[in-house]
Design a protein around this ligand. Structure first.
Ligand SMILES: NC(=O)c1ccc[n+]([C@@H]2O[C@H](COP(=O)([O-])OP(=O)(O)OC[C@H]3O[C@@H](n4cnc5c(N)ncnc54)[C@H](OP(=O)(O)O)[C@@H]3O)[C@@H](O)[C@H]2O)c1
Length: 265
């Protein structure tokens, strides 16, 4: 079984904490980036091998603020220090602090890490956790009235967040396409909940609004990192009725890409 080393940016986040043991169980190593030193001891507990596990990867926790990453070369230094082959971005200001903080983390730092990852030949996958409505135009398979309702009831309330996330999603798509041996995978859930992982809707479906279980998001991220043949793509995701393994297999085999309809597709 191939082993991997995942750089997990925003490692103390709720999705990241669920994802970490899923990666370690695959005997993959994880380097988790957090910015609050008080969280180190608690986070390191995720690295303890469960009694039932035969093999377990190694967890390293590094304290660095993503808000202080002000250039691609700073992001590249961290990548060169950690030497991952996969990168996951599940960090975000989460509406905390000034809007400039969201721009510094969700847009600028994310873009620096995307560009630095694409510029690192040993990195072959980058999973970004974004959100389903993060797009310039309505997806062609979504009903116009439903989209307008979604804009009014949800997205327009998060304008600064949306304006910060979308450029990062675009850069991941465009830069990721430049390398044939690189997959920039943008996983796009709806309103996140802590409900247990269940079945999902993944890829193109007619809704833009709904809930997404965080455990299911984490599980899909792990499956996508583990899926051979996955290509650069955007994948929308909500709670639904398809089993996650089947949904990932279908999307990979069919080359599903929800960036369709965007100007850079
Ligand atoms: N909330 C939603 O409904 C929703 C919907 C769709 C997509 N998303 C996206 O999904 C992602 C994952 O969701 P989640 O629930 O796991 O979010 P979360 O728990 O808020 O995790 C985000 C993580 O980013 C970390 N972070 C913030 N500033 C940082 C900095 N300067 N340096 C390093 N790390 C920093 C936070 O640290 P602390 O733990 O110290 O605060 C937190 O651990 C979010 O970032 C968001 O962009 C959210």
């Amino acid at each position: 079984m191939a082993t991997h080393h995942v750089l997990l940016l925003g490692g103390n986040g709720k999705v990241s904490r669920l994802l970490t043991p899923m990666l370690l169980q695959r005997s993959w190593d994880v380097t988790s980036i957090i910015y609050n030193p008080d969280q180190v001891a608690d986070l390191q507990k995720l690295g303890e091998k469960p009694f039932s596990a035969n093999n377990y990867g190694r967890l390293d926790v590094l304290v660095r603020s993503l808000e202080d990453v002000k250039s691609e070369s700073q992001a590249k230094s961290l990548i060169d220090e950690v030497k991952p082959d996969y990168v996951v971005w599940s960090a975000g200001a989460g509406g905390k602090g000034a809007p400039e903080r969201t721009e510094a983390i969700d847009r600028d730092a994310a873009i620096y890490f995307i560009r630095a990852s694409v510029a690192t030949p040993s990195i072959t996958k980058f999973v970004m956790i974004s959100f389903i409505g993060c797009r310039y135009k309505k997806a062609p398979w979504v009903d116009e009235a439903h989209w307008q309702q979604y804009l009014k009831s949800t997205r327009n309330h998060y304008q600064r967040y949306y304006e910060a996330k979308l450029p990062a999603d675009e850069v991941l798509y465009v830069e990721g396409k430049k390398r044939k041996d690189f997959a920039g995978i943008c996983l796009r859930p709806g309103r996140l909940t802590m409900e247990p992982a269940g079945n999902v809707s993944l890829g193109k479906f007619p809704r833009a609004e709904g809930t997404s279980s965080r455990p299911a998001v984490a599980y899909l991220a792990a499956l996508l990192l583990d899926a051979p043949g996955v290509k650069n793509c955007w994948l929308d995701m909500l709670d639904g009725d398809e089993d996650p393994e089947g949904a990932v297999k279908r999307c990979v085999e069919q080359g599903v890409d929800c960036a369709e309809g965007e100007h850079f597709y």
